[in-house]
Design a binder for this molecule. Structure first.
Ligand SMILES: N[C@@H](CCC(=O)N[C@@H](CS)C(=O)NCC(=O)O)C(=O)O
Length: 211
């Protein structure tokens, strides 16, 4: 168990969709940090949503956590909270100004191009939703090509040290093939995925049936 986690506290509650990459990155971070947590699965149709869900997550989205009364939505915001609280002054979120800028750049890509590319492609295939697939595929390949180049001379996206940017990116990149976006021509990404998946306390995302 994480030594910064008070022994008297309850596990952090993670409200999630089981198949969501946004939710998985939060679960993965908690697992890597050895923070006690409990997942609460919400159905996509809202059928089992707690009555007070909007008071926990004002935009009605998952992931959202409840850490012994402190409630926070937004996957990247949650990663920052978890690391600052339970692994302060660590390489997960260094103070160095240049690193801080680089990490934020990747977090912006995670919320932008990663969602409008590989994440939406996967969503469309799993839930049979009609999108402009060819445009999304093109955008996805452009992003993956850029990521692959970024990983050419380093093990992780901002250099040779793993940090929250890698965790934020991991799930939708690793699961891009579920959206019909193959990773075969991106050897540096494949190596990076293997590095992350071999970390102690790594937890996988449930793979959809359509691969
Ligand atoms: N910026 C949010 C986006 C989260 C998000 O899009 N969640 C989706 C599931 S993957 C959701 O809750 N969709 C339902 C909705 O928006 O009503 C984050 O990073 O956590």
């Amino acid at each position: 168990m994480n030594s910064s986690f008070p022994a008297s506290n309850n596990p952090i509650k993670l409200y999630r969709y089981e198949m969501s990459g946004h939710c998985h990155r939060v679960q993965l971070m908690m697992s890597l940090l050895e923070i006690p947590y409990q997942t609460i699965d919400i159905e996509r149709d809202g059928s089992n949503q707690p009555e007070d869900f909007l008071s926990i997550s004002p935009m009605g989205q998952v992931p959202v956590i409840d850490d012994n009364g402190f409630k926070l939505a937004d996957s990247n915001g949650i990663l920052i909270y978890l690391v600052k609280k339970y692994s302060p002054n660590s390489n997960w979120l260094p103070d160095d100004v240049e690193m801080a800028g680089k990490i934020q750049r990747w977090l912006s890509i995670v919320s932008g191009e990663l969602v409008s590319g590989p994440a939406i492609a996967r969503f469309s295939k799993i839930y049979n939703v009609v999108i402009d697939y060819e445009t999304v595929k093109k955008k996805s390949l452009a992003l993956l090509s850029m990521l692959d180049s970024s990983l050419k001379d380093s093990d992780f996206v901002t250099g040779n040290t793993l940090n929250i940017a890698d965790i934020a990116l991991y799930t939708y990149v690793a699961h891009a093939p579920e959206g019909g976006i193959k990773l075969d021509s991106f050897p540096n990404i494949i190596k990076w995925i293997k590095n992350i998946e071999s970390l102690e306390h790594f937890v996988p995302l449930k793979v959809s049936q359509i691969t």
